[in-house]
Ligand binder design. Structure first.
Ligand code: BTN
Length: 234
């Protein structure tokens, strides 16, 4: 499998590292860290994780044909994480749009995309593996593989399988197979939600996801296609 891995015992953020060094590095360079002192989450939140207990990594995309598929990359990453968890026999795995991975109703993995349009993309993934205690102020209850399975996991083994799967699926991105998986693992499907579009609040029911990976919400006889933003479950 053609990719590189750089490991840090400690770093500010694997996403930041790749953003600062992308010019010197190859497509499919993976950066892992046992600890991040300034881990970043979506919407300018922090992402904190106990040292050595979880899988935290980022990888670099520079390939032009992949860069053109920006929105597919984020969702495809979530699909690969979810599939890997199912391969480990986890049940009730789903994807909460845009790219959280859940077990039951709890978040087990978050994904943060950063970059410059058509120049490079960094995809950062934080998967809770062996951590057992999480801060109670999290907006959504978190879980980890060890909390769910009541045993610990070898992070290195998990990591290599996931990297292999990500690289393979990114190389085959054109076959669109992951759309079917996505539709059947859409956590928000049929849920009543609230969202704000251009300052206007909409309440409606999630009816699916379109081929541009927008969330489809039926609200007041309108079909909204949401491409970004926060979704609140009612
Ligand atoms: C989220 O808010 O759900 C996204 C969390 C993304 C966390 C990962 S951990 C590895 C990579 N480096 C970071 O600083 N963030 C991402």
């Amino acid at each position: 499998m053609s990719y590189h891995v750089i490991h840090f015992d400690e770093i500010d953020s694997t996403n930041s590292y790749l953003k600062n060094s992308y010019k010197l590095l190859d497509n499919f360079t993976f950066v892992t860290a046992a600890y991040q002192s300034k881990g970043k989450g979506r919407n300018n939140r922090a992402w904190s994780s106990n040292k050595g207990e979880n899988l935290m990594f980022s990888f670099l995309i520079k390939d032009t044909s992949l860069l053109k598929k920006y929105s597919a990359l984020s969702i495809l990453s979530a699909v690969e994480v979810a599939k890997s968890l199912e391969a480990y026999n986890f049940k009730d795995v789903s994807i909460k749009w845009p790219n959280d991975v859940l077990i039951g109703d709890k978040k087990v993995c978050g994904i943060l995309l950063e970059g410059q349009i058509l120049e490079y993309i960094v995809i950062g993934i934080g998967l809770n593996v062996n951590q057992k205690v999480f801060p109670i102020d999290l907006r959504r209850p978190a879980t980890s593989l060890s909390l769910e399975a009541k045993k610990d996991f070898d992070i290195n083994v998990l990591e290599r399988k996931l990297f292999d799967n990500i690289v393979t699926s990114f190389k085959n991105i054109n076959n669109n197979d992951f759309m079917t998986y996505l539709q059947s693992h859409n956590y928000l499907l049929n849920k009543r939600v609230k969202t704000i579009v251009n300052g206007e609040t909409f309440i409606g029911e999630v009816v699916g996801m379109d081929y541009n990976f927008n969330l489809q919400i039926r609200a007041n006889d309108m079909l909204l296609h949401i491409d970004s933003g926060e979704i609140e479950i009612l």
